[in-house]
Ligand binder design. Structure first.
Ligand code: EPU
Length: 437
């Protein structure tokens, strides 16, 4: 296993190219299972989660091909070439535990498989470091479209029995105790795209990743409107065809780099971003004293030396994203006073707190709230990454800490941040990847 060694204190300065969104790419790749012919997806980042999804799609009968990078492409990041997916064999419908346990987003194949193949067996994703993550809303939504489910040996086994093996549209409420579900909305929306008749999803998630998947489905021939609002309307079609689509920029990577600029008192130019997807993050950062400017698809970020403390609560989009909570907390550790962070999406998503405290932070957790008393400096220490965004918070803290920070288990980071050390080193970070031990 690899670790990062970070020698803190360098001010970051320069340009960073933001990658395509991981959380858009994963369900979009799964949706390609429904298309006839080849679908070409541009901007898919090279990450271990994407490798897991590609492996799953190959097991489900897809041919995949990654083109060389498009060096002259003006519209988006040039790190990676487009990814082609073509379904050549529809006989298999099983997402095995071996893959699902490494990547929960495997659940995204459930809706597309039921809609196109009439059956699906998906291993039940267990809990993870950020808490229990049930999939009951995915299953309920698909049941309402006519799928039958039972649970067998750790698997969700789904079938479309009636209506000649075709799902049937209906009006349904999709929210749960914590509000809407992002991947649940996408799963049911995908299935409804090929169901018979009309579906209305009330209480749908409004995250940009839902809208991005809807745009892909529309290009494939689906009839969808209202995506980006809590009410999505879908008129089912018989067939979807291959198409070409570019995934949206990764708003969470962008937010993380904005905080990297702020925490190192640096100056970054972030290319290929969509600031409209980050309004709540910009709102909190500006309150803290970070200066953010947009020019076309580029964001310029720099920060004052003095950071103001703030209150922040994570919420469904357009509220502050849970996926930037840990990174913002790293920044607030150095604010001039007391900040309060409340987690409303995953109330246990605080594994970074203990590690940040090992670096000299003063954070006290009280249920789903963390109270952060700003300190003058953080100190380098040996810490352990526990999940993707917690790892990002530790990297940010390491960039500013006095001395050397060693972060173990950075495979979590590799799940969601493309070429992170190359990108950070290019703007002045002193960090290296070493073998754990
Ligand atoms: N929930 C249920 N039942 C369900 C599904 C969700 O109760 O069937 C609850 C969850 O426990 C949570 C809330 O609903 O309290 C919202 O969860 P959601 O379903 O929206 O999460 P997700 O779709 O599984 C995606 C992202 C997460 C991100 C969340 C919230 C992907 C691959 N994952 O997960 O990203 O935190 O939405 O925005 O898109 C990450 O990238 O680090 C990450 C964890």
């Amino acid at each position: 296993m690899d670790s990062f060694l970070i020698h803190g204190g360098n001010r970051l300065k320069g340009k960073v190219e933001i990658s395509g969104s991981k959380n858009s790419s994963l369900p979009i790749l799964a949706a390609c299972l429904m298309a006839e012919g080849t679908t070409t997806i541009k901007g898919v980042p090279r990450l271990s989660d994407i490798d897991s999804m590609t492996k799953l799609l190959v097991e489900l009968g897809c041919n995949t091909h990654r083109h060389d990078p498009l060096l002259t492409d003006e519209e988006g990041p040039v790190l990676n070439g487009p990814l082609d997916l073509t379904v050549t064999d529809e006989s298999k419908s099983e997402a095995r535990y071996d893959i699902v346990k490494t990547m929960r987003a495997s659940i995204c194949v459930l809706g597309p498989l039921l809609a196109k193949r009439g059956r699906a067996v998906v291993s039940i994703p267990g809990g993870c470091a950020i808490g229990d993550r049930p999939v009951d809303l995915h299953v309920r939504g698909l049941q309402k479209l006519g799928a039958d489910f039972h649970y067998e040996n750790g698997n969700i086994v789904g079938r479309v029995k009636g209506n000649g093996g075709r799902l049937k549209g209906c009006r349904m409420y999709l929210g749960g105790p914590q509000g809407p579900t992002v991947l649940g909305t996408i799963n049911v929306m995908c299935a409804a795209a090929m169901a018979e008749g009309d579906t209305v999803l009330v209480g749908a998630a409004c995250e940009p990743e839902v809208g991005d998947c809807a745009e892909l489905l529309i290009k494939m021939g689906a009839h969808i409107s209202g995506h980006g609002t809590p009410e999505i309307r879908i008129e089912g079609v018989d067939k979807l065809k291959g198409t070409e689509h570019r995934v949206i920029p990764d708003r969470i990577e962008c937010g993380t780099f904005m905080i990297a600029a702020a925490i190192t008192n640096g100056e970054l130019e972030l290319k290929h971003c969509n600031l409209d997807h980050l309004v709540a993050v910009v709102d909190r950062l500006e309150e803290i004293g970070v200066h953010i400017e947009r020019k076309d698809g580029t964001i310029f970020v720099n920060s004052a030396r003095r950071l103001n403390p703030v209150e922040m609560t994570t919420q469904p989009y357009p509220g502050f994203p849970t996926d930037v909570q840990a990174q913002l907390m790293a920044l607030l550790c150095l604010a001039d006073g007391m900040s309060v962070v409340t987690e409303r999406i995953f109330p246990d998503r605080f594994l970074h707190v203990g590690e940040l405290n090992r670096m000299g932070a003063r954070i006290r957790k009280d249920g789903s709230t963390a109270i952060i008393q700003g300190v003058k400096e953080l100190q380098g220490a040996a810490v352990m990454a526990s999940d993707l965004r917690a790892s990002a918070a530790l990297v940010l803290a390491g960039l500013v800490a006095k001395g050397t920070t060693r972060i173990d288990r950075i495979y979590h980071m590799d799940r969601g941040y493309e070429k992170i050390e190359q990108k950070l080193r290019a703007v002045g970070a002193d960090m290296e990847r070493v073998k754990e031990g």
